[in-house]
Design a protein around this ligand. Structure first.
Ligand SMILES: [Zn+2]
Length: 388
């Protein structure tokens, strides 16, 4: 396994550096065949509709499998493989590949919409929608997730803490949250951001490799390792925002001393015209914030008071969706000011504020804290555990 992992890392480093410079890749099928995945997950890359066109590209050997029949082909440098999506299958020239269709690039990345992906793809069709699902080794998936979630701001211990959170998030989601969908995770913030392997620096690969197989546990059970950009000074109890199957003491919220020094979202102000807001929530005389039952300053509900009635809805889950996600950046809203024609929201933080505060973690790592100290700060009572 160790040998295989190093082989894969050297493949990624080699290929990515070549990708950046020349646009070509250097993965060989001999090396790829030696990789033995510890865990494979299924990530929904894209949803498409009938009559859309699916375009893929790879400089390696591509196979397309459907109904037990397999077609192999190689594309020239500038060639794209175009599929027409029909409700019966993927049509390429005069050939129809009936669903489910598996597309595999045997010795190179596969490009979909210009993003480079790894692993193989299953195209499934249900209720008028084509689901393109990437089956990928968990450890390889993490290179992309850690880079896109935190790695662009590049501090090593923050990236290691993020790698353990992202890996534990995968495990906790699969173990605790049974899903009926044909995939395990979305490729965006609904799960974790996974956007292929373009330009991933070697420091991120090292951070994932150095925490290989490590998850976060409390009493030997994998913790729901939620994380968000900026907590604004306090992380909050997971139960305030998410329905979880298990209670963890390490997810009950902590005071965060760090994101105030690093995040531009530590404090925010958003303004909306009263007319625009009333077009979304109806006419009102006043808006009041309602406290969570906990002592933390995040708010649970907003009371909308009009001359006819008073209603109360969830601030972060419902009100934010109605008026626009960008207007309410976190559940930590501190003030609402209403003038004749303008409504101003003030708050702290960005994201749901549960679990790891990413900008807090970056600040902690800059101050010399290790990834273990970062994780134990945001998930008190938990500890890392290597499971493979
Ligand atoms: Zn914070």
């Amino acid at each position: 396994m160790i040998f295989n992992l190093f082989a894969l890392i050297s493949i990624l480093i080699g290929s990515l550096s070549i990708l950046c410079c020349t646009g070509t890749q250097s993965i060989t099928s001999d090396i790829l065949r030696k990789i033995n995945s510890p865990v494979d997950i299924r990530v929904l890359i894209k949803k498409m509709s009938v009559s859309d066109k699916l375009m893929i590209k790879s400089s390696g050997l591509i196979s397309i499998e459907s109904q037990g029949i397999r077609d192999n082909l190689r594309l020239t440098d500038d060639e794209m493989l175009n599929f027409e999506i029909t409700k019966n299958g993927l049509k390429q020239s005069n050939k129809l590949f009936t669903f489910p269709v598996t597309i595999r690039s045997h010795d190179d990345f596969l490009f979909i919409d210009g993003e480079s992906y790894y692993g193989h793809f299953v195209c499934e069709y249900a209720d008028g929608t084509l689901y393109i699902i990437n089956y990928i080794d968990l450890e390889v998936y993490l290179y992309s997730v850690v880079f896109h979630e935190i790695g662009k701001h590049g501090t090593t211990d923050a990236a290691k803490a993020q790698a353990i959170c992202a890996r534990s998030y995968v495990y906790s989601s699969i173990i605790y949250d049974k899903k009926s969908a044909p995939f395990d995770f979305y490729a965006d913030e609904s799960s974790q951001v996974y956007k292929g392997f373009r330009n991933i620096p070697s420091s991120i690969i090292s951070s994932v490799r150095d925490t290989y197989g490590t998850i976060l546990v409390e009493n030997d059970e994998v913790v729901y390792t939620f994380y968000s950009s900026t907590c604004g000074g306090f992380t909050q109890p997971v139960e305030n925002l998410f329905k979880v199957q298990r209670h963890f003491n390490s997810l009950q919220g902590v005071k965060c001393e760090y994101c105030r020094y690093s995040s531009k979202y530590y404090m925010w102000v958003q303004k909306i015209s009263k007319k625009d807001l009333e077009s979304k929530i109806g006419k009102f005389n006043d808006l009041k914030l309602t406290q969570f039952q906990s002592e933390l300053p995040h708010k649970d509900k907003i009371r909308i008071i009009s001359s006819e009635k008073t209603s109360e809805i969830s601030l972060y889950k419902e009100f934010r969706k109605i008026i626009g996600r960008e207007m309410i950046k976190s559940p930590f809203v501190t003030d609402i000011t209403i003038t004749e024609d303008l409504v101003t929201f003030k708050g702290h933080g960005f994201g749901h504020c549960v679990g790891l505060c990413q900008w807090g973690a970056i600040e902690m790592s800059l101050r010399g804290f290790s990834y273990i100290e970062i994780l134990q700060y945001y998930f008190p009572g938990s500890k890392p555990k290597k499971i493979y």
